[in-house]
Design a binder for this molecule. Structure first.
Ligand SMILES: Cc1cc2nc3c(=O)[nH]c(=O)nc-3n(C[C@H](O)[C@H](O)[C@H](O)COP(=O)(O)O)c2cc1C
Length: 329
């Protein structure tokens, strides 16, 4: 982490998307070579000493990679070799889509945050399925699926059902992304009744998780879970926010979903709320602003079973999984 702090100003001279592609390139080299995967695991001293079973899945540790980093399933073992206990691949949509026009990601350095309006750019189910089938994962994989742009509710349900069917066998669990703020219509999927319709159609054998928005009002969140609890294994809380509170950076005016440090208290509150209302067998994956060992401890104490990171990887560097793991053991 100290070394990365030294290099970070250099990394941040480039656009976030350029850096993402560069990092993705190196991680994909590790991913595609068993030897490099093993060597990186050794270098990062990755072990499975912190095994934990959640939703009938055996995780080597509780700290995973959130969706949106490996969108197409091309470098998940590279991330796992850094110490991630699981990786959420996606969001994948039924057909490929380019996403929104660039620039579509900004750093808010003073706030240790990011705003993105990527618009679910990805290679689509068919290509993602091929990518996933090529390389056996070394940690559990969640497949995060979302609908394509510009669809009616009925069409979104039909698409997500097809995507779940096509990708289920490639992962250990499915995450239904109901909360992308950067594509019209997706957030409407958070309605309790619409989730029921979606779950009526999806006949998955693998555990299903629902990913909610950090902006969803508490009563709606509770209603959507309560109505569908029998048919899901867990929830991912939460996706980015479109609100802007107490930020310092001038980039806060950029349109899109805000992630990173400012999201922590908001998502922690959701975790606490859901854990108080629902039984232990509803698995809770906490996503949103997790940066430090203290954050992870607070999150687990609030009732999260697993945590995910994204923005903190960008601000703290590739040793973050290991450093957090070492100190939470
Ligand atoms: C650039 C970027 C792209 C993202 N893409 C997706 C996505 O495709 N699907 C999704 O469910 N979440 C996506 N997310 C949201 C993250 O998975 C995560 O829930 C959110 O960033 C909050 O966590 P963090 O504060 O640790 O970054 C994305 C986030 C970022 C920063």
């Amino acid at each position: 982490m100290i070394l990365y702090r030294f290099f970070r100003p250099l990394v941040f001279l480039f656009t976030p998307e350029f850096d993402h592609h560069l990092v993705g390139f190196f991680l994909s080299l590790i991913h595609r070579s068993r030897l490099l995967t093993k060597l990186t695991c050794k270098l990062f001293k990755v072990s499975s000493a912190q095994n934990v079973e959640i939703a009938r899945i055996n995780f080597p540790n509780r700290i995973g990679m959130a969706a949106g980093f490996d969108k197409n399933g091309t470098f998940y073992n590279g991330i796992a070799a850094l110490g991630a206990g699981f990786v959420e691949v996606g969001s994948v949509t039924l057909t490929a889509q380019p996403g929104n026009a660039k620039p579509r990601v900004k750093r808010l350095v003073e706030d240790e945050a990011i705003i993105n309006h990527m618009g679910l750019n990805n290679v689509g189910v068919e290509k993602a399925q091929k990518n996933l089938s090529k390389v056996q994962s070394i940690v559990p994989i969640g497949i995060n699926i979302a609908p394509n742009h510009g669809l009616t509710t009925k069409e979104m349900i039909q698409q997500m059902t097809k995507s779940a069917e096509a990708l289920e066998s490639e992962g250990d669990f499915l995450v239904l992304n109901l909360s992308c703020p950067n594509q019209d219509g997706v957030k409407s999927l958070q309605d309790a009744g619409i989730i029921s319709q979606l779950l009526d159609e999806i006949e998955a054998k693998k555990p299903i998780f629902l990913k909610f928005s950090s902006d969803l009002p508490d009563e709606k969140l509770l209603e959507s879970i309560a109505k569908n609890i029998e048919r899901i294994s867990g929830v991912v809380m939460s996706n980015t926010t479109t609100t802007r509170e107490n930020l310092k950076s001038k980039n806060q005016k950029f349109v899109g979903g805000l992630s990173g440090k400012p999201l922590f208290n908001k998502t922690l509150k959701q975790v606490k709320l859901v854990r108080q209302k629902f039984p232990e067998d509803l698995a809770v994956i906490h996503s949103g602003g997790i940066f430090t060992v203290r954050d992870v401890k607070e999150s687990l104490a609030a009732g999260a079973d697993l945590v995910e990171i994204y923005t903190s990887l960008i601000y703290q560097g590739p040793t973050i999984f290991k450093e957090i793991q070492k100190k939470t053991a």
